[in-house]
Design a protein around this ligand. Structure first.
Ligand SMILES: [Zn+2]
Length: 135
């Protein structure tokens, strides 16, 4: 005897792999839990999870050396991490030491998209900050 996955009634299974007492129970179960078009199923999620886990384990196993894919992701993320003009202004204004100001200026130099007038303003801000902090 097996228990039907949908109605939980016991039934005589003709096949070992059978999960439902009837076609209607199978249809009802699939309607609720089955994969709809374009949806990620439980099995795919499990595969995804396993591959992420494997990648994480591989990073740990290689003593901090990320696998090729992770390295690519990190590189791409760093590319995106260039600060914009307003963020750079805020960064410079928030500095409280020469080292911080130095780091902030390095961030300015990382951004290749800044216009001439933007760099001019940031440079003035930097000088103003240097005077203010007095070093
Ligand atoms: Zn049933």
């Amino acid at each position: 005897m097996k228990e039907c996955l949908w109605c939980k009634e016991e039934y005589e299974a003709k096949k070992d792999t059978s999960k439902f007492c009837s076609t209607s129970c199978r249809v009802m179960w699939n309607r609720k839990y089955g994969k709809k078009k374009g949806q990620v199923g439980v099995n795919e999620l499990q595969e995804l999870y396993d591959s992420i886990l494997a990648a994480v384990n591989s990073i740990n196993a290689q003593n901090g050396q990320p696998p090729a894919l992770a390295a690519v992701i990190i590189t791409e993320t760093k590319k995106e991490a260039v600060l914009g003009f307003n963020e750079l202004r805020a960064l410079i204004e928030s500095t409280t030491s020469e080292a911080q100001l130095q780091n902030a200026w390095e961030e300015v130099e990382k951004n290749k998209d800044l216009g001439g007038w933007q760099i001019k303003i940031l440079k003035q801000l930097k000088e103003h900050q240097q005077t203010k902090l007095d070093f």
